[in-house]
Ligand binder design. Structure first.
Ligand code: PMP
Length: 360
């Protein structure tokens, strides 16, 4: 039986990546030792690190105006790093609230800087919606504007990018990085925890406009300091070397698949299969407005919620893992990142159809 893992994160990685890592596990590059056992300052690791950054720059079309950092502490590490690095004494940070993760980012930022929160949720009649970006009431002055293009828990994705005449735009791309084409130049800081589309948890990728490295910010740990990390090639302290290596294997796999444009086609196709089935069914519902439905995280609810436990038990028996919705929103959630094949979506829809027939 094939097993498909719909976990929101740490999420499934491409089987080809895992096999490559397994092959190389005990003997990396013919050194007779694992990549985990070599110095990050030795030539083989440094070369890998450089190639990895170059690959990410190619995949995302990142220009020299940006530094690319491989940092510790995952997504939440960046919830702290962003305000610490970008704080200005004379302007507040603006946090756009579109759901649970952007709200979490604002809460963390308040420890380090003044925060103005703007709620742009537009929920009506039990449907989750978001105001169009052009209608967001952004203030004239801000140290930066933070938003989350894909709310992993709420299943809400924003396809338009906010703009501001002066304030940098900061995006938490943890759950959509590399899943579809974006223009990096529309942003000033992009960050992402790795454990969805990149590799093992704990690693965070940060893409930061170099001009922002000059901001004084507030006193902060060296490992969360963008300027220090940029200057030291993300090796101020020992980096998460295995996670970095695995990210490189994932980036190679992405290049082989045809890069981000190919992923975008693949992800749109997968999401359409699932949403179309849910919309046509009277057994399941999705509560997110059609124009902001996530391509990566598809929450759905059974009309009869008393069947939830049975749905979860039987889906697990069928090899469809981790479909339970986040405890804050309930119901079910299928996370379908880059690594999820179409066959996984087809298996899920087949199971859902069968379950609906047997329980109607
Ligand atoms: N932001 C988003 C959008 C997320 O989905 C997550 C984790 N699921 C985080 C931040 C936090 O990431 P971490 O657990 O790596 O701190």
């Amino acid at each position: 039986m094939s097993v498909y893992n719909f976990c929101a994160g740490p999420a499934m990685l491409p089987p080809a990546v895992m096999e490559k890592a397994q092959q190389e596990f005990l003997d990396w590059q013919g050194l007779g030792v694992s990549v985990m056992e070599v110095s990050h300052r030795a030539e083989p690791f440094l070369t890998m690190a450089q190639e990895c950054e170059a690959r990410l720059r190619r995949l995302m079309n990142i220009s020299d105006e940006f530094a690319v950092l491989f940092m510790h502490g995952g997504g939440r590490g960046q919830f702290a790093a962003v305000p610490m690095n970008l704080h200005l004494d004379d302007a507040p940070a603006v946090y756009i609230n579109t759901g649970i993760w952007s709200d979490g980012a604002a809460k963390e930022a308040k420890k380090y800087t003044d925060v103005v929160e703007i709620n742009v949720r537009d929920d009506k009649d039990g449907q989750f919606g978001v105001l169009p970006v052009s209608q967001w009431p952004l203030p004239e002055k801000a140290s930066y504007i933070h938003y989350c293009p894909n709310e992993t828990i709420d299943g809400v994705e924003l396809f338009d990018v906010p703009t501001h005449p002066t304030a940098p735009i900061v995006a938490d791309m943890s759950s959509m990085i590399l899943s579809r084409d974006i223009d990096v130049n529309q942003f000033d800081v992009i960050y992402a925890g790795a454990q969805k589309n990149i590799g093992p948890s704990g690693l965070a990728i940060v893409i930061v406009r170099k001009t922002l490295l000059e901001r004084e910010g507030v006193p902060r740990p060296g490992i969360l300091d963008y300027a220090i990390e940029a200057e030291q090639g993300s090796m101020y302290n020992t980096p998460p070397t295995f996670a970095w290596y695995l990210a490189d294997v994932v980036f190679k796999w992405l290049e082989e698949q045809g890069g981000v444009p190919a992923m975008q086609r693949h992800n749109k196709n997968k999401a359409a299969i699932l949403y179309d089935y849910i919309d046509a069914s009277d057994f399941y519902i999705n509560k997110v407005d059609k124009d902001c439905r996530s391509l990566m995280n598809v929450p759905f609810w059974l009309n009869d919620e008393s069947l939830n436990e049975r749905f979860l038990a039987l889906s697990q028996q069928a090899g469809l893992l981790a479909l339970e919705g986040h405890r804050f929103v309930g119901g079910m959630r299928a996370s379908i990142y880059n690594a999820m094949p179409v066959a996984g979506i087809e298996a899920l829809v087949t199971f859902m159809e069968q379950f609906a027939q047997e329980h109607s």
